[in-house]
Design a protein around this ligand. Sequence first.
Ligand SMILES: Nc1nc2c(ncn2[C@@H]2O[C@H](COP(=O)(O)OP(=O)(O)OP(=O)(O)O)[C@@H](O)[C@H]2O)c(=O)[nH]1
Ligand SMILES: O=C([O-])CC(=O)C(=O)O
Ligand SMILES: [Mn+2]
Length: 613
Amino acid sequence: MTITDPDARTAATMSGAEITDEALAAWVREIAELTQPDAIHVCDGSQEEYDRLTDELVEAGTFIRLDESRRPRSFLARSEPSDVARVESRTFICSEKEVDAGPTNNWVDPAQMRAELAEVFAGSMRGRTMYVVPFSMGPVGGPISRVGVELTDSPYVVVSMRIMTRMGAEALAQVGRGADWVPAVHSVGMPLVDDDGLRREDVPWPCNDTKYIVHYPETREIWSYGSGYGGNALLGKKAYALRIASVLGRDEGWLAEHMLVLKITGPDGRVYHLAAAFPSACGKTNLAMLRPTIPGWKVETIGDDIAWMRPGEDGRLYAINPEAGFFGVAPGTGEMTNPTAVAALEHDVVFTNVALTDDGDVWWEGLTDEVPAHLTDWQGQAWTPDSGRPAAHPNSRFTVRADQAPSIAPEWEDLGGVPLDVILFGGRRATNVPLVAESFDWEHGVFIGATVSSEQTAAAEGAVGALRRDPFAMLPFCGYNMADYWGHWLAMGERLGSHAPRIFQVNWFRKGADGSYLWPGFGDNARVLEWALRRVNGEVDAVEAPTGRLPRPQDLNLEGLELTDEQLEALFAVDRASWLAEADLTEEYFAQFGDRLPAEMTRQLDQLRARLG
Ligand SMILES: Nc1nc2c(ncn2[C@@H]2O[C@H](COP(=O)(O)OP(=O)(O)OP(=O)(O)O)[C@@H](O)[C@H]2O)c(=O)[nH]1
Ligand SMILES: O=C([O-])CC(=O)C(=O)O
Ligand SMILES: [Mn+2]
């Protein structure tokens, strides 16, 4: 017994690490009284604890242990078919005032939401263990790092949090030392004991049809109910490191961004750092692990999904990766596209919703050119190439420690982060947006970020392929009014002045008339990075186009590529009529923000129209 309170109304037995912080102990008790678990376990993050939990998950049927000789210490989880992606329609920003959540977020009055959640969470953990999961986003104790504590009734979440964050005793000690911590409550919403005390059998993937992913930005709290899926349930990631942290950044003068961070070394040995914001399933993990096809260049990984950035003493913008692992999209990850990820996945991986081979290994579309003759698909059904459906879910994922990637940069855990030279904004656009364009200045770069449209992917519920605005790739992740967020970026530009990273727009996904991708992408994206860095160094001129500065044909390294002149032209074509039509849509889009819209954005739109003529 490590929490001693004679008045405690929870009968739960306690195990695990000791909680010394009074406020934390009181909150754990309060949530246990509300959710009524059978037991409470305070996680220390040890290997023994991890092994015991994975054994229990195998026992419960949640995990299938993969063949030890093919994929040591690795597991496959199959979710409920309804619980495979983030649920944006059930994600709420409950600020005191609706306008502070802004028109792009779902808002509910916080008092009303608290009342609603008190009902759904009442008894929601009955028959289960409530795990206390202390975690640090960023290296423990680092100046940019932050701690949080997630209470969850899902051992799958505990195991995943140990891979994705610095989880356990050290983070708990930070709380004990008085560090500010963000409380996060998670329940799968399937109690094993009903109101009459009747016990029911557990299922391999407990969840609830009703889901809530709730954030209170003013009090910095997170509540998640009904889902076991990563983006909804691993609350250190999107909920804390983006939605809550974006609010912290606004209030404290820094940025929490949906960006990969990489280190790139040129043939002359010069080192640069680059961050890139692409919407979910639009290439962040792949770019972060890129193997350049052009000689002399080397890319190393700092982070693949989230960046926390703040100005350093030298005036430059420094970025850390607050995570400790990768929660990556499996389909499309193969030896040809992302050999680094394939190497990272050799052992100690949790896979979710991929297919199982007959010899106890995993497979997904794109892993190998050769398709296995027989598999068990992500729903546990027999599968053959003639089945007419994918073997792995399109949003199936791997969860793996970051340091298992052979590309991991030695600096990836540097407490103060790495200084950024370049920021990229991208999306998935079959038309209109050129392969690469340099912004005219920071303000224009913010406009480019603010107006990103992208075709929707399987990473969230909704119609795949539909074009939607996803400013800064933050549409589902900004914890406050998006227009204020643009204002915050503009202010950051003022503060950074001439030290600001250069901003570029990129699009790997433009298609030709025949519907196939014009650009080979993946390792060849290094060619685009090379051009951007040559621009940063002032080595090459550029062509002024209405939407930004484009490479002169002789400056983009295309050696060894089979690209026709027509394809090259199509990659960079800026169709004035389409862009004018897009400008009209941007005006409509901006209108919803009313007087919160920074005047600079309207000015940029006017200037774009003027350049389009
Ligand atoms: N055609 C093309 N496809 C790409 C490229 N880069 C990535 N992809 C594909 O896009 C999909 C998503 O790529 P990821 O790198 O996992 O995307 P992400 O942005 O990390 O996604 P989240 O983890 O959801 O945030 C995969 O199927 C990739 O194979 C590229 O340069 N060209
Ligand atoms: O959060 C998730 O579920 C996965 C992810 O990285 C994203 O959707 O951007
Ligand atoms: Mn990713």
